[in-house]
Design a protein around this ligand. Structure first.
Ligand code: ZN
Length: 306
């Protein structure tokens, strides 16, 4: 656990090869106790807050940014620690948390993970809705794109504007409930807030304001490339290479590995790609082999739907 600013902490930093998300905590120092933002997949990092003088039983609120399992899979275990935690998510993503089964995309991605649903306490409906928790006012900004019900939680503390954005660096792919046009609009909306600190869903904390802006712009560009390669023109070598390079620069080494391998599969003589692959491999990313299977699935589905 690491303090970000004031009462705001990063409970579990991002680590390469782990599928769960970055977990954040706010200590309200009032009867509202501790707030978790995106509790993730595993209970251990949450139990470990004890080592920093916090009691997990004091967690009273759990804000979920969107309905992807890696952001809320641990909720049923949290209930065992304290049965009175209030769970928040946008109403359009609530079903994902409350349902007993998953679609094949999620099941493939999190093979072997046993999910048990929980009941959402508060389903956010309105863009800009304010949650008053302790002395904090947390604004729920609707940012559809990664999923239909994605939310960024916004607060101001110590003269800094902070956003818990969920998967800003995530994809806007149709297969996982995304939409590129919505995603771009949502990112432009976040940029208008002039955020000082971005608590990202997988890549931890990005600051100051200038870096946040650069990061969000890079994520927008990445998603435009991803859309071209995975949903329009999978053999576009130039876009594929630029995308791989951008993912490498953003530190998304597992995705970069996937795209680079695919690039070399299309053209085994691509020297630039081979050089880049060497650099990516230095970071020892795990192999997901998602790109090829997605392309095959997407294009065979398109043929069926014609
Ligand atoms: Zn996600």
């Amino acid at each position: 656990m690491k303090r970000i600013i004031g009462d705001v902490y990063n409970v579990k930093p991002y680590s390469l090869g782990h599928l769960d998300c970055s977990v954040y905590l706010i200590d309200t120092k009032t009867n509202d106790g501790l707030i978790l933002i995106d509790p993730g997949l595993y209970i251990e990092p949450i139990i470990n807050i004890k080592e920093y003088g916090y009691n997990p039983k004091n967690i009273r609120h759990c804000l979920i940014t969107h309905g992807h399992l890696d952001h809320f899979g641990v909720c049923h275990e949290l209930k065992k620690i304290n049965n009175n935690i209030s769970y928040y998510i946008h109403e359009l993503d609530a079903e994902k948390v409350e349902q007993t089964s998953y679609d094949s995309y999620i099941e493939n991605y999190y093979k072997g993970f046993e999910y048990r649903p929980i009941k959402i306490t508060i389903k956010i409906q309105k863009d800009g809705e304010n949650l008053r928790l302790g002395d904090y006012e947390i604004k729920c900004i609707s940012i559809p794109g990664h999923t239909l019900g994605s939310i960024a939680y916004y607060l101001e503390t110590e003269n800094q504007k902070i956003i818990f954005g969920g998967d800003i660096c995530g994809s806007a792919l149709k297969l996982s409930g995304g939409n590129l046009v919505n995603y771009i609009k949502s990112m432009e909306k976040i940029l208008e807030f002039d955020i000082d600190i971005l608590c990202e869903g997988h890549l931890n904390v990005i600051k100051p304001a200038e870096k946040v802006m650069e990061f969000i712009q890079a994520c927008m560009m990445m998603n435009e490339y991803v859309h071209i390669v995975l949903e329009e023109d999978p053999h576009n070598i130039e876009v594929l290479y630029n995308l791989t390079l951008l993912e490498y620069e953003l530190g998304l080494y597992d995705n970069a590995l996937d795209f680079c391998n695919y690039l070399i599969e299309i053209n085994p003589d691509n020297l630039k790609a081979k050089e880049l692959l060497k650099k990516i491999k230095r970071h020892n990313p795990p192999k997901f082999e998602f790109v090829k299977s997605y392309i095959e699935k997407f294009f065979s589905n398109q043929i069926y739907s014609k």
